[in-house]
Design a protein around this ligand. Structure first.
Ligand code: SF4
Length: 429
């Protein structure tokens, strides 16, 4: 019998990408081959529900896949499937809907459907297990899932409903997976989770001990922490990162607002003062750190003055990059019932101002490195004969393509800034 063909479609965060990669490996081990949607016998869609726009994107993608390939099995999983399974089941052509709590059963469900011509129903019940996952798509970098779920109750967020309580894999399993990633030839691991720094709930282990254990895995030359809550970026984590040659000076931290009144309404667990002191502590021991900061604009009740407070705070702490998100009402989240909704046009203007600020700060950050040497892990070919890679502090560098450097770390002289916010480099070793 010819092998059945599966296409994979992932929306949303790095955790979803890592999980899709693991589902893909299960299919491959089961004798299925990977293909594009048009050619697929099975389409697997891993969904996201972070905003209303994300929900819409999921529905559109599912409809499109069901329409263009009416004979395929359409299997939908992920956060949107967890929170709104019924709205997905109503879409014509959908065969399987599994939330995050049942994601690990997706392959078995599809295989069962293939064998028996029907699918046994599976409800989205309680979150019990942990679906271990890591991505193997790129040749250079892997996203390793070490934690899932969240116990925080930020007022704008529905992720705890979609992902369940905070839980993790044991350190021993994480290091074993890191060894498997190293054996596959990848040099860099990005530690991924919903609230990654909250690692340890299931096993009673500590996040810092996870970092120390991973640091000892041979073959992995670089680690990054995908995102860490400010209150969990402890002195211990900072000083370990500063002394480790493998953990890179790169932090992605969700600030969400630079105004304490709004942080309170958001039910975040820090003040701007605490946040600013965290940044100072990191810079004291790692002055070259790249800070990527998440910001939500237009949270209910955010006045013009509150926004200016946020703007001034961001100018003061001057991160390398801002990820700016317009506030999106999620019906399950308490903030959806808050007064003082901000008009869409006002929200769009605030997004624009912060995006412009981010562009200026990013350029300023890059300018510091013109004429300096850095180490770049080369990743890929680009258009026009160029390859690209990242420095330890997350500057994307382009240089003429040379196959022998792909998936290698080399010394590079940073020579200039390109129009699209990368740097140009000359390999010096
Ligand atoms: S920390 Fe807050 S924003 Fe992040 S997943 Fe948990 S509840 Fe959501």
């Amino acid at each position: 019998m010819t092998a059945l063909k599966v296409s994979f479609h992932t929306l949303g965060c790095k955790l979803n990408f890592a999980e899709t990669a693991t589902i893909a490996r299960q299919f491959s081990a089961g004798g299925y081959t990977k293909t594009t949607a048009a050619d697929a016998d099975i389409c697997v869609i891993n969904t996201c529900t972070v905003t209303e726009h994300a929900d819409k994107k999921c529905r559109n993608l599912i409809r499109k896949l069901a329409r263009t390939n009416p004979n395929a099995i359409i299997a939908v999983t992920g956060c949107y499937a967890q929170l709104k399974p019924d709205s997905i089941r109503q879409i014509e052509g959908v065969d399987i809907v599994l939330g995050n709590s049942s994601k690990g059963q997706l392959f078995d469900q599809v295989d069962e459907l293939v064998k028996r011509g029907k699918v046994s129903p599976c409800e989205n019940d309680a979150f019990t297990g942990f679906f271990s996952a890591f991505s193997t798509e790129g040749r250079t970098r892997s996203f390793l899932k070490v934690q899932d779920g969240c116990d925080y109750k930020c007022s704008y967020c529905t992720i705890p409903y979609a992902r369940g309580e905070s839980r993790n894999i044991p350190i021993a399993e994480a290091t074993e997976q890191a060894r498997a990633i190293a054996a596959a030839g990848q040099k860099e691991i990005v530690l991924t989770g919903i609230n990654t720094g909250d690692f340890g709930h299931t096993t009673g282990e500590r996040f810092i001990d996870l970092l120390k254990a991973l640091n000892g895995v041979e073959g992995i030359e670089r680690y990054r922490i995908s995102s860490i809550e400010p209150n969990l970026l402890t002195d211990e984590v900072i000083s370990f990162t500063a002394t480790s040659e493998k953990f890179q000076p790169h932090f992605h931290i969700p600030l969400q607002s630079g105004c304490d009144r709004i942080l309170g309404l958001m039910r975040r667990r820090y003040t701007t003062d605490v946040f600013a002191r965290r940044i100072e502590t990191v810079r004291r021991v790692m002055p070259d750190t790249f800070f990527g900061i998440d910001i939500i604009v237009g949270f209910p009740g955010e006045s013009a003055e509150d926004f200016e407070t946020t703007y001034a705070f961001l100018e003061k702490i001057s991160p390398a990059y801002l990820h700016v998100f317009p506030y999106s009402d999620r019906p399950l989240a308490p903030a959806s019932r808050f007064d003082g909704k901000v008009a869409p046009q006002v929200m769009a203007d605030r997004v624009k101002r912060l995006t412009d600020l981010s562009d200026r700060m990013h350029k300023r950050f890059l300018e510091r490195y013109i004429g300096k040497e850095a180490h770049v892990l080369w990743e890929s070919t680009l258009k026009e004969g160029k390859m690209a890679g990242f420095t330890g502090n997350y500057i994307r560098v382009k240089a003429p393509y040379d196959k022998k450097y792909v998936n290698k770390i080399t010394k590079v002289l940073l020579t200039g800034i390109t129009e699209d916010g990368n740097m140009t480099g000359e390999i010096t070793t």
